[in-house]
Write a protein that binds this ligand. Sequence first.
Ligand SMILES: Cc1cc2nc3c(=O)[nH]c(=O)nc-3n(C[C@H](O)[C@H](O)[C@H](O)COP(=O)(O)O)c2cc1C
Length: 324
Amino acid sequence: MKKEISRKFCVAPMMGYTTPYARKLYRILSSNSFLFSEMIATKSLIHSKSRENIIDNDFNNPVALQVGGSVINELTKSSKIAIDYNYDEINLNVGCPSKAVQKGSFGACLMRDKILVRNCIEALQNDKIEATLKCRLGLGKELNYEFFEEFIDEISKTGIKFIYVHARNAILSGISPQGNRTIPPLNYDFVKKIKNKYPNITFILNGGIDNLDQAKSLLKEFDGVMLGRLIKNNPFVLKEVDKIIFKEKDKLIDETIINNYFEYIKPKLGFESMFRLLSPLLNIFFSVPHSKTYKSKINNYMKEQKINLIEDLLIKFVSEKNLS
Ligand SMILES: Cc1cc2nc3c(=O)[nH]c(=O)nc-3n(C[C@H](O)[C@H](O)[C@H](O)COP(=O)(O)O)c2cc1C
């Protein structure tokens, strides 16, 4: 059975960032945000020896596993893996424009073939897990509503319930993945229009939302929002999400947050690099004045793999700086 879950506020999938460790921190900071893994190629998901590390969930639900792929039987297997690891959703990425991803025949280039995408979604679907899609508005320099509408018309035949739209085109040659997140213009109106055509599909708006007040105001018109770079640059923004979006009590940044996080990462040391384990939490220094001494001490402790000393220092930091 699928659970009823709020996708009002989603943290976007981000390769190299939305690791299991980052998701642990996000969940400590916000109980209500809907989380995503990084995109994982179906082949790696099925064959990788380090699968355990890549997709560990540790009950950080609600959470989606995002996959990249277009081979039907691999997608079906991936969906089963997502169920085994207690994910709430499996999401197909048809928005990533990178060259490597195009070579593997997945990501945004799949938007050229809406029937294949429809088949891919059907391969992910079963009665235990929600199969969803993350797409762009279209391909190339010109925005074209008809293209977007015809694409969604085809996908809607699967009975899909949730579609995340990065509300700009992908340009598949001549610009980098970074450029593809800023150069093609945003168009939220396309999402508004398609949402009116398909009231039974929840469309989640993504792209260019750079503060929580904007997110809150967009929620008056859209069913859900998805934010990426704001959270990547400062995960501690999530502390405000339960208060501003879900009207719950404010959370304090205190010793418990640090303790909970270290409890999760300590057993991973030896299997995972110290940097990957700690980097989500080290954003705690974001725009806190006079934290230079702390940062340089932590750098030294990281080189010496002294995780307990780092934990003690961060506890001292939060109590001294009185972060609210
Ligand atoms: C570093 C980085 C990695 C990303 N990796 C993925 C990914 O794995 N899968 C995906 O669908 N989108 C990926 N994206 C795109 C984001 O999910 C999101 O669509 C995009 O950043 C726009 O949202 P924003 O303006 O809130 O950042 C990535 C973005 C960034 C910045």
